[in-house]
Design a protein around this ligand. Sequence first.
Ligand SMILES: Cc1ncc(COP(=O)(O)O)c(C=O)c1O
Length: 446
Amino acid sequence: MDKKLNEILNLVEVYIQEKQNKETWEPEKDWVSYSGPIFDTNEYKAAVKQLLSGWLIFGQQGRKFEIDFSKYLGKLHGVLTNSGSSANLLMVTATKSRKFAKQLKDGDKIITPVVCFPTTINPIIQNNLVPVFVDVELPSLNLDLDKVEEALKQDSSIRGIMFAHVLGNPPDMERLMSLIEKYDLVFLEDACDALGSYYDGKKLGSFGDMSTCSFFPAHHMTMGEGGFIATNSQKTRSILASFRDWGRACYCNSMKPGNVTSGTACGMRFNKWLPGLKDAVYDHRYVFDEIGYNLKPLDIQAAMGLEQLKKLPELDSARRKNWEYLRAVFEPYEEYFHMPIATEKADPCWFAFLLTIKENAPFTRFDIVNYLEEAKIQTRSYFSGNILAHPGYFHMAQEHGDMNMKFPNAQLVTTNSFFLGTYKGLTDEKLGYIEKTVNKFFESVK
Ligand SMILES: Cc1ncc(COP(=O)(O)O)c(C=O)c1O
């Protein structure tokens, strides 16, 4: 059987190599994607090998990934999930657990920027917490720390802060962390777009009480779908794992993943576990500590993730290099844009190259985006823009009065921001084509 498995894996290698060698790209005819998975044969072989092993659900690969990736972030513990959105949901849900040191209660307030990815803020609402929306600043689109401080001074019932670093670039973390300390806030850090980025030599994704990552294909590394929550607290890790695993009390999965029937982590699998039936001996595997979900990934995803982890340094350096290239392309047209630069003390591993068109520019976002897309260059909006402008959220907008007055920058982002990709798949040829196309657009503007 081992020989057959090796033959299969060799064939996978040959197939993928041949397929990738045959891939071509022609300007104007083929798309310049803004992002996508960068796999060689190793990710495919790891996935096939895991599938053929017959072990599908979260197990040894998942646990290994949790240990390795926590270490990579410089955190003590981590929980792997089936998406970044699930990671955010678990992160916020954990704050409601009676076991969480700074437990939040229904109605507690969390500061969050009004421009976001929806599943950064959705878990706040889904958990009966109240978002306190603040505007963003230009050109970074990060949450405006003046507005954050203003809100904290005015409202002593604010208990936490949750936001995403915008496309890898953090806000002034020194000021932010001092506000968090001063007001004793829970800090929920969405680092889904910020893997590989640093502030003052410290990795983004390592600042929060809990921090999340996403492994969706557009992100710095991928396992198809996937997400992660990192924390330094063993207790918080257990809460997160329980919510992920149906609310299960048993933590064998965290210690010794697999089909645990003997030698369990607590050594007391059959015991008097139930407060509601004190004398009954019950199986710990079916004792439920939290009102949980099932947000587990497959071990196939984790096996692919372990391969991607080895590639992170090269994937990250390509993003930095490509961002610099695009910065130089747009430099001559700087008068038309709010163009982000790295926050002081930050070293971003850019998720994308972000642009916000100034209000007096002689062209609209539609003009430039449509021009690029017609040339088969993918662009994207900065996620929701002002989330309160969307059909699912508009009912919450009324209490904020005139949104042009309260969130002027968010309104501008909604109509005027967009981004281009920076990922490793942007070869020199593709970048040269973007440059040529951008220059041609601006010739028509003059
Ligand atoms: C900032 C941010 N947070 C959360 C998510 C959700 O991640 P996922 O797509 O893995 O659910 C995304 C999405 O890509 C994101 O950009």
